[in-house]
Design a protein around this ligand. Structure first.
Ligand code: PHE
Length: 417
């Protein structure tokens, strides 16, 4: 048997019979769309973080900490065992996950980091990042997507601030000695260690906090429903669906964190809720983006619709042509009497459109330059060409570009650089 390794971000990993990551999949690591300034996923991320920062404060400080650059390479311990996912659970299957080897995989959900952050002593936190799943291929599925996961914990004093005689735990559970207690989940309402009051109040907070978020994103009139669900790491558990374009769309999973997880991460007397939501689903619904692959597009026809926008701006995506773009720069020296400030941009834009017609998709000012010695002023524009019905050849674009250069020289008395 030969030993071989796979290199990921300059680190070598031993491969084995579990290894199924491909170069293509590994090429998505480090793209971090969720923190790229003008990406729709990043706009939604910022709105979610803003909601949690402003809704939950203690003495003027945000109560939630945000983790958005945790490494996507995790152990099976983190992704599964820490979350009480049984050894034979189908979600561990090779055909559903991208394994680096038997012990390591590309995280299949952001919940993979829940235990380590609890162990670090955190009580309220958001985990945001890219997750990897082998799945079908269609307009709403892509092997890489992005999630926001959260945990919110409450002590008895917080949860029952106004009812000091109520308790988080049943009398038969000793929170000082939790390890030899068998916590049952056979009651659909709650875990056996929790009182009904505590579980129900935490459920109400969970649903209220998430409805607040969804209404903040989609408006007060959004139609929704809670669906009972099962996750090995929460009990009880739910999914939230919103009614969108004549269909119910599942946007998140959530529940009351299994007490064993809290206790395994260190001494803990809180009750906590957790949820995980998909950024792609929310962004597609919010901005009416028809295909998940567009999130990865660097086509300026897509990117420009989300560029330099206020995070709360109402944006509705408008389809751009299927055919590829051709880009060409035009740079010129201005005549003595014109500066980079006084040059009439709009006259130039009209000229470009007069000559290029509808195949001009975009004209962007790329650079202003003043020569340090000659004090001559120069401008550079990037022109994006695209035909709506066919693929343009570079040759025909070059021809039109030359005509634009010539007309610019004639109209503005400039010198092409
Ligand atoms: N990790 C779950 C998923 O990816 C979502 C979830 C997170 C559910 C936290 C409950 C609690 O589907």
């Amino acid at each position: 048997k030969t030993l071989s390794t796979v290199s990921i971000k300059n680190k070598e990993y031993q491969t084995d019979e579990y290894t199924n990551v491909t170069p293509k999949i590994l090429s998505y690591l480090g793209r971090n769309l969720h923190v790229q300034k003008d990406n729709p996923l990043s706009l939604v991320r910022q709105r979610i973080v803003n909601y949690f920062y402003s809704s939950f404060t203690h003495r003027g400080n945000p109560m939630f900490s945000v983790y958005d650059n945790l490494s996507p390479i995790v152990t099976t311990q983190q992704n599964f065992d820490d979350l009480l996912i049984p050894a034979d659970h189908p979600s561990r299957a090779k055909c559903d996950c991208y394994y680096v080897n038997k012990e390591m995989l590309l995280r299949a959900h952001m919940t993979a980091h829940q235990s380590e952050l609890l162990r670090a002593g955190l009580d309220n936190f958001l985990m945001i990042g890219d997750v990897y799943r082998r799945d079908e291929i269609d307009s709403t599925h892509f092997p890489v997507f992005h999630q926001v996961d959260a945990v919110r914990s409450q002590h008895k004093d917080e949860l029952f601030a106004n009812q000091p005689n109520l308790h988080i735990f049943e009398p038969h559970f000793d929170p000082n000695n939790p390890k030899n207690y068998i916590n049952s989940i056979s009651d659909p309402m709650k875990q056996s260690c929790h009182t009904l009051e505590a579980s129900k109040l935490m459920e109400a907070k969970l649903k209220n906090d998430l409805m607040g978020l969804v209404q903040e994103l989609f408006g007060k009139n959004i139609k929704h429903r809670w669906v009972d669900a099962y996750f090995p790491f929460t009990h009880p558990s739910w999914e939230l669906e919103i009614y969108y374009e004549n269909d119910w769309l599942e946007v998140l999973g959530c529940g009351i964190v299994r007490n064993e997880i809290l206790v395994n991460a260190g001494p803990n007397k809180t009750i906590a809720y957790a949820f995980g939501l998909g950024l792609e689903r929310l962004a597609m619904a919010l901005y009416k983006i028809p295909d998940i692959r567009l999130m990865w597009s660097d086509d300026s026809g897509f990117v420009s619709q989300f560029q330099n926008k206020d995070v709360n701006a109402k944006i509705t995506y408008k389809a751009v042509s299927q055919y590829p773009q051709c880009k060409n720069d035009i740079s010129f020296w201005l005549p003595e009497n014109i500066t980079v400030e006084t040059f009439m941009n709009n006259d130039f834009y009209d000229l470009v459109r007069d000559i290029g017609g509808d195949i001009i998709e975009q004209v962007k000012l790329k650079d202003k330059f003043i020569h340090p010695k000659t004090k001559k002023h120069s401008l550079c524009y990037n022109i994006v060409y695209r035909h709506l019905e066919r693929t343009l050849t570079q040759e025909e674009v070059n021809k039109i570009h030359k005509e634009i250069e010539k007309a610019t020289v004639d109209a503005f008395n400039v010198v092409i650089r």
